[in-house]
Design a protein. Structure first.
Length: 94
């Protein structure tokens, strides 16, 4: 019985993480991030996978700070919550 409950909790956590990742990708699309960035290829800005490697082991708040500090992002209209979701999504990319 205990293993069934633990399995159910693990499945729920994975599903929630998957939904959060999808939301982060959707926020990136909405905010226009994909105009200058691609997931796996350099455009005007670095590929999101490259950013993920650069920030490996760091928190999503570190990525948010870097996004806000980057000069080209000054005109971004993404909210702080959107940036957190986008950053969390970027960190899941491999």
């Amino acid at each position: 019985m205990k293993s069934i409950v633990m399995t159910a909790v693990a499945v729920a956590a994975l599903a929630a993480a998957g939904m959060a990742n999808a939301a982060g990708e959707e926020d990136a699309k909405k905010a226009g991030c994909l105009n200058c960035h691609a997931v796996d290829a350099k455009k005007m800005g670095p590929a999101f996978k490259e950013v993920s490697v650069k920030f490996k082991g760091k928190k999503d708040t570190d990525v948010v700070a870097a996004i806000k500090a980057a000069k080209p992002h000054a005109s971004s209209k993404a909210s702080d919550d959107d940036l957190k979701g986008i950053s969390a999504w970027i960190l899941t990319l491999k």
